[in-house]
Every structure is written in C-alpha cells, then in structure tokens.
Design a protein around this ligand. Structure first.
Ligand code: URA
Length: 218
C-alpha cells in the first residue's frame, strides 16, 4: 500500500476569509512574526497526536511552532519532556532544539483567530487538513484533545457522533474510523485561564499523561 503524505497548509491558504484578513493585518502590525498557518511538530509515524485549539497571537503565531511562546505551552512541553515524549530543553523558541518522540503536535485551527475564538466554519475548513493528517499517520493509536473544541473537531473529522462521546477531563473514548481503532483522550486545555482558575492543575495534567503512558510509550 502506498504511503499517504501530508503537507501542512502554507501562507497561500485563504480558505477562511476572516482568518486571512486577520493574518494580513498582523503581517502589517508585526512583520517579524510567522503570521501564517502554523505547521505541526513531530513525525507522521508517531503513535500519539496532540490537538490544540489554535495558535496564540504572540505565541505560536509569532514563533511558527505549535504552543511555542504561548503560556499554554509551558505545562504541555514540560509534561512531554517529563514523560519522555520530547528531548531537548523547551525554551519557548522554535530553535531550542526540542524534538518530539513518538508524538506529533498540531492545532484544530492552524491560523491565529481573533480573540482566540475560531468560528464553527473555520474549524470545519481546517478540519479537512486534520482529517488528511490523521489519515497520513499509519501508526496512530491515540489522539490527545486539549479542550472541548479540539475534542469536537477530532470527532467531526473522524465522522463520529458528538452525543456518543462527551468531553470529560481524562476520559478515554474508543473510536472506530474506517475499521481503524483510534483512542481519543480528553484534557482541559492548558490555557492561562484554566491554569490560573485551577480548572486544570498541573497534577490533573500529569494524570492525563499517566493515562497516556498506559497506552503509548515514547
Ligand atoms: N498555542 C497553540 O499552538 N495552540 C493552542 O491551543 C494554544 C496555544
């Protein structure tokens, strides 16, 4: 069987008029920023795919690497390292040498949305890339969804009923996608709001990684 390939969308993607206009504005305001769809990090051969929400304006949209320079990245990259899913020291820069191990990191929406809020249509448009990406991951065992939006985006691209798989922190759902068994693990998003309000504590996030470690090894 021939191997499927996947290429992340580049700066020429203009599927979402609102996001394209926001990128154009940010190219003028912040010419040194990445200001384009943020490509995934990690290998397509990985067994683990982590799906976030969307790049933060001055984080991933600036640096060009998912979660890099965003508050949400601190807890995530820390756990990836502590559980062996990455090597190198995370320094919030795309050239810090961090490499993912048996893991890939992406976002449900690859362009920065105004106020961190993508619309349903933008999630659907970008979902076509997510579906192709999942299809190109032959060894994929588990998708870790950071937050309800990522959870729903994954269910939708895998053609699953949302009512059958309710989002819950540290819940594990077993999905059948075209005869492939894929597990979906949920966590609250590592956003500043969730961490500062205690909705997601570092201990709760570590527990999700403990669940993950029972399924895939780095
Ligand atoms: N940065 C990202 O790349 N994704 C998120 O979901 C949050 C911050």
């Amino acid at each position: 069987m021939s191997r499927k390939t996947f290429t992340c969308p580049d700066a020429s993607c203009r599927r979402c008029p609102r996001l394209s206009a926001f990128l154009d504005k940010n190219r003028r305001l912040y010419p040194d920023f990445h200001n384009a769809p943020v490509p995934s990090l990690g290998d397509l051969d990985a067994e683990l795919l982590i799906v976030g929400l969307a790049p933060g304006l001055k984080g991933a949209n600036r640096t060009g690497r998912p979660f890099t320079g965003d508050f949400a990245g601190d807890l995530l990259y820390g756990c990836l390292h502590d559980f062996g899913f990455s090597t190198g020291e995370y320094k919030a820069r795309p050239d810090d040498g961090v490499r993912l191990v048996n893991a890939r990191l992406t976002n449900a929406v690859r362009c920065v949305p105004p106020e961190n809020k993508p619309t349903g249509d933008e999630v659907r448009q970008c979902g076509e890339y997510l579906a192709d990406e999942i299809d190109a991951m032959p060894n994929l065992k588990v998708v870790l969804a950071l937050g309800g939006l990522a959870h729903n985006a994954v269910l939708s691209v895998l053609g699953q009923k949302k009512s059958a798989f309710k989002f819950a922190h540290n819940a594990l759902h077993e999905l059948d996608w075209n005869g492939r068994r894929i597990l979906l693990l949920d966590t609250y998003h590592t956003s500043r709001y969730n961490v500062n309000t205690g909705k997601l504590t570092p201990e709760m996030f570590v527990n999700v990684f403990k669940t993950l470690s029972g399924i895939v090894n780095p």
